[in-house]
Ligand binder design. Structure first.
Ligand SMILES: *Cc1c(COP(=O)(O)O)cnc(C)c1O
Length: 345
């Protein structure tokens, strides 16, 4: 049997030979001493791309978000965020456990945004009884909202509401380059109204590891101490920063291909009957199952060599990425059609 078409996540993407070659020759040093020239270069490039003064390289998007929360808040503070945000759904309450902050989660709109009136109403001033809200966290693209690309204007309206009341704003931009491609604007424009922004190198950009957290000089200096505290101070990691530099140079403009592939996948699935896919704006296809069970379909897909993940009781997620070609999408649709044919529902 031919190999499985892995659509579980864009994190399954593998480093290319050219990326590995760049990694092999990267100059390195002890980055905790500030000696690694490749890490320094990646941080400089990342800051530039995001339009911020400085940046710090971290092992994962989860650590980037946690470092951001720790750096923007003090224990006893409150952060406001969407109830579908990665920080709220998938980061094991790290903000509460390590930052001592509580989260006030507001319902995300279908397009990944928050209602500015609800944000304004949620903000609390610290007093004898109440914790103070000090941070608003936004996400773009919005994973659980089907990879929605939140418009620049929407982000800036929400950031203004927060800033007027003296809150900082962190943007979880794990897939911000997908948002930039979908919206047709540079990533820095999306992040402009936010005090900090993080993005993943290990997803659509095809790196084996890494995220970058960007912000002001002062913010990043303090973030470095929090990264060290969490065990994220790394040594000769120019070897992985080189993959990030390679990706920023070579793997950003191609993201539009992943989006076209996701649209083709959704269009094909819609024809088959049991599935109601979203109309993907980026590389995430969310499929509501209208006939049969989610587990049954995940198994049936897997038997035909197509891998997805559960994303709700009757919902599957399929993600396109750098290792998935248009031919793979056609192949996947053929296999899924075979699965439908073999399944009596
Ligand atoms: C994947 C993801 C993260 C976390 O990144 P990891 O590198 O997996 O820890 C954070 N936010 C969003 C929106 C993500 O999709």
């Amino acid at each position: 049997m031919t190999s499985a078409i892995d659509l579980r996540s864009d994190t399954v993407s593998r480093p290319s030979d050219a990326m590995r070659a760049a990694m092999a020759v990267a100059p390195v040093g002890d980055d905790v001493f500030g000696d690694d020239p490749t890490v320094a270069l990646l941080e400089e490039r990342a800051a530039e791309v995001m339009g911020k003064e400085a940046a710090v390289f971290v092992p994962s998007g989860t650590m980037a978000n946690l470092v951001a929360v720790l750096t923007h808040t003090k224990p006893g503070d409150e952060i406001i965020l969407g109830d579908q945000n990665h920080i709220f759904q998938y980061e094991l309450a790290g903000a509460a456990r390590f930052g001592g902050v509580i989260t006030h989660a507001l319902p995300n709109e279908a397009n990944g945004a928050l209602d500015p009136n609800q944000v304004a109403a949620a903000i609390r001033r610290e007093d004898m009884h109440a914790p103070g809200s000090t941070l608003l966290c936004l996400e773009n693209t919005h994973n659980r909202c089907g990879g929605a690309a939140v418009p620049v204007e929407t982000i800036s309206v929400l950031a203004d509401v927060a800033h007027q009341r003296k809150l900082s704003v962190h943007l979880d931009g794990a897939r911000i380059f997908n948002a930039a491609a979908a919206l047709g604007v540079p990533a820095r424009q999306i992040a402009e109204s936010c005090d900090s922004v993080s993005f993943c190198l290990s997803k659509g950009l095809g790196c084996p590891i890494g995220s970058v957290l960007c912000g002001s000089h002062d913010f990043v200096q303090r973030a470095r101490r929090n990264r060290k505290m969490l065990g994220g101070g790394m040594r000769q990691v120019g070897i992985i920063a080189a993959a990030g530099l390679y990706a920023l140079e070579n793997n950003v403009t191609r993201l539009a291909e992943d989006h076209a592939n996701a649209r083709a996948l959704a269009d094909g699935l819609r024809e088959l009957g049991p599935f109601r896919p979203n109309s993907p704006e980026t590389n995430i296809v969310i499929v509501d199952i209208v006939r049969g069970s989610l587990d049954g379909w995940l198994d049936a897909f897997a038997r035909e060599g197509v891998q997805g993940v559960a994303f709700g009781p009757q919902r599957m997620r399929l993600v396109t990425h750098i290792n998935i070609t248009r031919a793979d999408i056609d192949d996947a649709l053929g296999r899924i059609q075979a699965a439908v044919g073999a399944t009596a529902v």
